[in-house]
Ligand binder design. Sequence first.
Ligand code: NAI
Ligand code: OAA
Length: 342
Amino acid sequence: MSSLFRSIKTLKNSSSTLLRRGYGSEAVPDRKVAVLGAAGGIGQPLALLMKLNPLVSSLSLYDIANTPGVAADVSHINTRSEVKGYVGEEELGKALEGSDVVIIPAGVPRKPGMTRDDLFNINAGIVKGLCEAIAKYCPNALVNMISNPVNSTVPIAAEVFKKAGTYDEKRLFGVTTLDVVRAKTFYAGKAKVPVAEVNVPVVGGHAGITILPLFSQATPKANLADEEIQALTKRTQDGGTEVVEAKAGKGSATLSMAYAGAIFADACLKGLNGVPDVVECSFVQSTVAELPFFASKVRLGKNGVEEVLGLGPLSEYEKEGLEKLKPELLASIEKGIKFANK
Ligand SMILES: NC(=O)C1=CN([C@@H]2O[C@H](COP(=O)(O)OP(=O)(O)OC[C@H]3O[C@@H](n4cnc5c(N)ncnc54)[C@H](O)[C@@H]3O)[C@@H](O)[C@H]2O)C=CC1
Ligand SMILES: O=C([O-])CC(=O)C(=O)O
């Protein structure tokens, strides 16, 4: 009984903290979040971070192996959400049912020398299967796609949902938050400004030159030379490769990605809960750059995407970068669409 009172007290304390922090003026609603690929390099720290998120009431951890251990471990943390682990395809339906947000970090990561597109052959099939299940078991969930190549896996998901008759472009997101996280960190270091105050939009896609950080719009403003901006741009575009090489065959970014995935999922939950002015960059169906999908700032709301924001003023260097990325991004999008329809 005393533990029940303690739990109620904790919940009361955390909800009043939430109200104070502007999470909304009403009581915090129940929200189920599912992580598919939860036993992986990203999945495990992401499960931990989602368990720490007070907006989550139910945390569903799914993988093809090893989820019972991860779920048992994470479930002992004394925070709001109830944790359940699901393993194997026969449990996928239960894992998904009732989900408000589904985060997908399932699939193989890069090794040195590989591009993200080299992951297509394996990950395209994994994502397709998972999205077929989402269409069946939680067609209204917001889908946060982390699995690479994001430039193709998001179009695959869209085609699967269209075929199932459940597609809603407002509910499908490619997670490009790690590009923003990197751009903020690198910019703060170079501009010598406090990293917590930095904002940098990153647009385009999520591979090499399709990643286009808009340092001309970065705040706080700093007087960086053209060469410095170009070096920052290149480092942001190659951020994933920097980690792949440093890990030397043991995978790609997992911890920083889990952080970025948790930030984006939190933004989705806040949007669903009616918190105003939640804006994050994401790769979504778009008309801002004459490509069917494009990453830009997106306002999140009660139905997912509330508004896809425009690019704003670009420097000459960014305009060139935008033109250069279009053919590669379009080819990756078309590759995904073709795969899903074959
Ligand atoms: N969007 C982004 O910014 C980033 C994306 N990634 C991508 O995320 C993906 C995962 O990376 P890691 O976690 O490092 O890989 P990992 O190999 O450590 O984990 C992947 C997990 O997916 C699981 N899995 C495989 N097939 C599955 C299926 N059909 N259903 C459910 N789970 C399944 C595996 O059992 C494994 O636990 C990769 O494709 C990687 O390229 C990685 C970093 C950043
Ligand atoms: O580089 C990779 O393969 C993983 C990834 O997407 C990133 O770290 O941005």
